[in-house]
Design a protein around this ligand. Structure first.
Ligand code: NAP
Length: 257
């Protein structure tokens, strides 16, 4: 699945006027349907948003959050137009305000600003997909023992933060099916109902969701992401270059003891 991108170059109002298509549809709030805001409509956000908006069994409503000056690119605009109202674009603040779940899929360095631009996230499910890789993929760019997800939680008081969709590539989020079975999607957080919701969202994409514990486990999941990148693109990080069609999968068997 091709990634959706949001690029600068005009205002949201211009997007409304110019295309008449960028801001369409409405958030339905139907039972069983989640209202999801995607902040950062690039490779990860674009892929997740498209898949949730078109999920067979639970067609969620997805709003891609735009910054002032952003306009949806042609691919995203085309997807929105063809989504039958399941997806639309809106300013970040409006997208987040109307959402039950707010997904942050922004470059790590832009994430604090992105969270702060989303207004109050208190009570909302916040899904943190970011990876705080240090330059050169030498480690994680967070204070010792911390994690991006815990930082996101500190910037969004009262939000029910779940770390998820960070331990594999966007291409695997587009299709998590492997000959051995579905890829595993590890998630962690401190709010049980938020984790149940994220579990469901991962399962709808075809992952085997696994609860990895409290939000403090995010530091482990972010290190797993570093391992995934090292294995996938060894050329830049000194690991084995296995390519992007790899994923972590939890192997289990009946006890042989
Ligand atoms: N790529 C992967 O396979 C993968 C997998 C798992 C996790 N991740 C993590 O997920 C995050 C996103 O990765 P990506 O590959 O999707 O990056 P990407 O393709 O560069 O997408 C990031 C998007 O965020 C937008 N953005 C930046 N600041 C923003 C703000 N303040 N408000 C709203 N949107 C903003 C960018 O717009 P502009 O380009 O116009 O600035 C871009 O559209 C990163 O933290 C990454 O480490 C990536």
């Amino acid at each position: 699945m091709a990634p959706a991108k949001v690029r600068g170059g005009g205002s949201v109002c211009q997007a409304r006027r110019a295309g008449g298509r960028a801001i369409i549809g409405s958030v339905s709030g139907e039972r069983g349907v989640m209202r999801i805001a995607i902040i950062g409509a690039g490779h990860v956000g674009g892929t997740l948003g498209r898949r949730w908006a078109t999920a067979k069994d639970a067609r969620h409503t997805v709003v891609f959050g735009l910054r002032p000056g952003d306009v949806p690119d042609a691919q995203l605009d085309e997807f929105i137009e063809g989504s039958g109202g399941a997806a639309r674009a809106a300013p970040v603040l409006d997208a987040a305000r109307g959402a039950e779940a707010v997904v942050f899929a922004t470059p790590w360095k832009a994430t604090k600003e992105a969270v702060q631009s989303a207004g109050s996230l208190a009570g909302k499910i916040v899904i943190d997909c970011t990876n705080p890789f240090a330059p050169g993929l030498t480690g994680l760019d967070v204070p010792d023992g911390g994690s991006a997800a815990e930082a996101v939680a500190s910037w969004a008081p009262g939000a029910r933060v779940v770390k998820a969709f960070n331990t594999t590539g966007f291409n695997i989020m587009a299709n998590p099916v492997f000959p051995e079975g579905p890829a595993t999607m590890f998630y962690c957080g401190d709010d049980a109902s938020a984790k149940r919701a994220v579990h469901g969202l991962a399962a709808e994409l075809g992952f085997e969701p696994i609860d990895a514990g409290p939000l403090s486990r995010a530091r482990v999941l972010e290190s797993m992401a570093l391992l995934w990148v090292s294995l996938a693109m060894g050329g830049v990080s000194g690991g084995m270059e296995l390519g992007r069609d790899i994923a972590f999968r939890l192997a289990r068997r009946k006890s042989t003891a």
